[in-house]
Design a protein. Structure first.
Length: 200
């Protein structure tokens, strides 16, 4: 969700496609169950489990108790600083002390069923994906992971599938024609995904 005031539209979307959409933005242990009961397949959580630049394990544990791991997607969107990728929160403006690496992904995988990782440095620019990050994520993640950031062509779907070792999915945003972009046709993305299922 984009800020407060969009709850009615979010609920309408969930009712239109029950069990087919994930929801994120302002999710916490008090409202997560309500969104799931309203039709969301999963809730996406990021900033709420971080406080003062650190993981709040008590909050994460509380959320885990309320909804379990099967319905939780942890958003570990990150920026590169030096040689490492650090999780950023609060609309990607604040660095945390958490480095995205194999150790952290394995640890968090005990609390969630999926990761969402925006490569914030290239997000929304339509100038290509962060190939280094995708390759690392594919080698690190023990559970399904969706990468977002920079995709501008159907070739990026092929690249992410290869670099991510088949464990990383790709979200295409600004470049997609249904969002006003010109780089990727929705129909082509659907066709690629269907072809991938056949190959598996």
């Amino acid at each position: 969700m984009l800020d407060a005031g969009n709850e009615a539209e979010a609920l309408s979307a969930l009712k239109t496609f029950p069990g087919g959409l994930q929801i994120g933005g302002g999710i916490n242990s008090a409202n997560a169950r309500g969104w799931l009961d309203s039709g969301a397949s999963h809730v996406i959580v990021t900033s709420w489990v971080f406080r003062e630049g650190r993981v709040d394990w008590d909050r994460l544990g509380e959320l885990f108790k309320v909804i379990g791991k099967d319905k939780l997607v942890l958003d570990l969107s990150c920026r590169k600083r030096g040689e490492d990728y650090f999780v950023v929160t609060d609309r990607w403006q604040k660095f945390t002390d958490l480095i995205v690496n194999q150790e952290s992904l394995v640890k968090f995988s005990g609390y969630c069923s999926e990761f969402l990782v925006h490569a914030v440095d290239v997000e929304g620019l339509c100038r290509g994906i962060d190939r280094e990050l995708v390759q690392k994520l594919g080698g690190w993640t023990p559970i399904p992971l969706t990468y977002a950031g920079g995709a501008n062509s159907i070739t990026d779907l092929e690249t992410v599938t290869k670099l991510g070792q088949g464990k990383v999915d790709l979200t295409i945003g600004s470049a997609l024609n249904i969002f006003g972009g010109s780089g990727v046709k929705y129909a082509d993305a659907v066709a690629f995904n269907r072809w991938q299922k056949v190959q598996r």
